[in-house]
Design a protein around this ligand. Structure first.
Ligand code: MN
Length: 487
């Protein structure tokens, strides 16, 4: 891609970014207890003694979370580690009753992998995955219910998380944005995380450093915690890179610290000096044995894997004739890709894609509908495209038919029939309309013959109008030209 170079009057810089993303695992119960993970329940109803940190309570690993983690690892083209273990990460947090988090430290369940991202100039790039481990989420503090008190809701305490750590492979804000969209798309395809950043089920920590352009050094980085939208992630990187460059250019040093991105100002500000791994006094979790996966177990999950967005995109390009860009847009969301495949079956796939990316998405947006609630079934959209391909209706009439379909959900054929919208391809009927138009516009006919040939378009317009939009334009053009030039 075009290089992202930050140029000041003192020199050229580049940004180096790595991401750590916490993704909430979709599972019925929590990772170490049987309490429900249901979102939106009354506070503190989905809490077991384990989640509440009661003395003597022992965690039990939820197999469903392990299954989801392995599936995710496969989706990240990553190595699944047959041996992994849990550790205690000790720290005080008001919304963590145990004062430690059970996580994975030395031996994570998923090792190195890679994801391909698509950039706006049409190029793509691989981003390395360093590791992915599983751990428990903290509870939630609520500060805005009382002027003098804070409340704690333990429903989220102990919900399973997958923490995905990338390599510092990003060189531009756009790359980080493309990665998050691709990751979210993969997680939704395989159903291991719902990817809703605004609800906190996918939370992004960003590590940013800068260096003179072309240098290979890794300088001190700063971390922005829990940024909750793709747009904010890109803004945070841009701001933070400029801030650090400014520090260096004024002769200062960047200090390793945790900063917070403020969406209302677009700036980052210091939260606390960075803690180091040894501050957490990690040690192996004494209440859980190491997690050992058999080849069989991993192989079975491999068989469950469905076609992922990149493979689908490739297939739509090579066997259905979509452009890489169209295929990328269609494949980002599995429901959209499924709808497209149904709609395109047996019809002109490229035209179906055009309709989807144009009028169809615009209609859904306008009606605030999700594709699963579309008033137009995929089959009907395919048949509408077929009516155009077979010249039963013109592209212009098709827009009216589409509009009626979106209001009524009716078949396109039925609408065309009921409203008498069939394109007139009957030559004698069209000839009659042309003759009428020529007869009543003698002046323009004369002007045309005297060289104003651009009047042809005007005549075509009049004839189509006289046919109420139903005359086939290519037949009109051909006959009209014959009559005007010949007569
Ligand atoms: Mn974590």
């Amino acid at each position: 891609m075009a290089e992202y170079i930050i140029e000041t009057n003192k020199g050229k810089w580049e940004v180096v970014v790595g991401l750590e993303i916490h993704c909430q695992i979709i599972s019925k119960s929590k990772i170490f207890s049987g309490a429900s993970t249901e979102f939106g329940d009354d506070p503190n109803v989905n809490v077991s003694f384990v989640d509440a940190g009661m003395p003597g309570m022992l965690p039990t690993l939820n197999e469903e979370c392990v299954h989801q983690a392995v599936k995710t690892g496969l989706g990240l083209n990553a190595k699944i580690n047959k041996y992994s273990e849990f550790s205690r990460k000790n720290y005080f947090y008001a919304d963590m009753p145990t004062d430690y988090q059970i996580t994975q430290f030395r031996f994570p369940i998923v090792g190195e992998g890679k994801i391909s991202i698509d950039l706006s100039d049409g190029s793509s790039k691989y981003i390395g995955i360093e590791r992915m481990h599983i751990e428990q989420d903290a509870a939630k503090s609520i500060h805005d219910l009382s002027p003098s008190k804070s409340y704690v809701d333990l429903n989220r305490a102990g919900v399973g998380l997958m923490e995905i750590v990338t390599k510092p492979d990003f060189r531009a804000p756009e790359e980080a944005g493309a990665f998050l969209r691709k990751l979210r798309s993969i997680l939704r395809y395989i159903g291991t995380c719902d990817g809703n950043m605004d609800e906190g089920s996918m939370r992004c920590d960003i590590n940013v450093s800068v260096r003179p352009f072309g240098s290979a050094e890794l300088r001190t980085r700063c971390e922005m915690k829990n940024v909750n939208s793709v747009k904010f992630v890109m803004q945070a990187i841009e701001y933070e890179a400029k801030r650090q460059i400014d520090v260096y250019e004024k002769g200062g040093q960047v200090i390793q610290e945790t900063r917070q991105f403020d969406p209302s100002t677009g700036q980052t500000k210091v939260m606390r000096k960075k803690e180091f791994a040894h501050d957490y006094r990690y040690f192996p979790e004494p209440d859980l044995p190491p997690l050992i996966l058999s080849d069989d177990y991993i192989a079975k999950i491999k068989q469950e894997m469905i076609e992922l967005p990149d493979a689908k995109k490739q297939r739509f390009v090579s066997s259905l004739g979509l452009t890489p860009y169209d295929a990328m847009v269609i494949c980002e969301n599995k429901e959209v890709a499924d709808y497209f495949e149904k709609a395109a079956a047996g019809h002109d796939a490229k035209k179906v894609a055009n309709w989807m990316m144009g009028d169809f998405f615009a209609m859904l947006n306008k009606k605030h509908l999700d594709i699963n609630n579309s008033p137009i079934s995929p089959d009907n959209l395919g048949r509408l495209v077929e009516l155009i391909s077979k010249e039963v209706i013109s592209g212009k009439i098709a827009k009216d038919v589409f509009e009626i379909m979106s209001e009524t959900g009716k078949d396109p054929e039925k609408i065309v029939e009921e409203k008498g919208l069939k394109q007139v391809t009957d030559i004698s009927a069209i000839e009659k309309i042309i003759d009428d138009v020529i007869a009543s516009n003698a002046e323009n006919v004369a002007a045309y013959k005297n060289g104003k040939t651009n009047l042809l378009g005007w005549f075509v317009g009049q004839i189509i109008k006289a046919s109420q939009g139903k005359a086939n334009p290519s037949i009109v053009n051909k006959l009209l030209k014959e009559k005007l030039d010949g007569a």
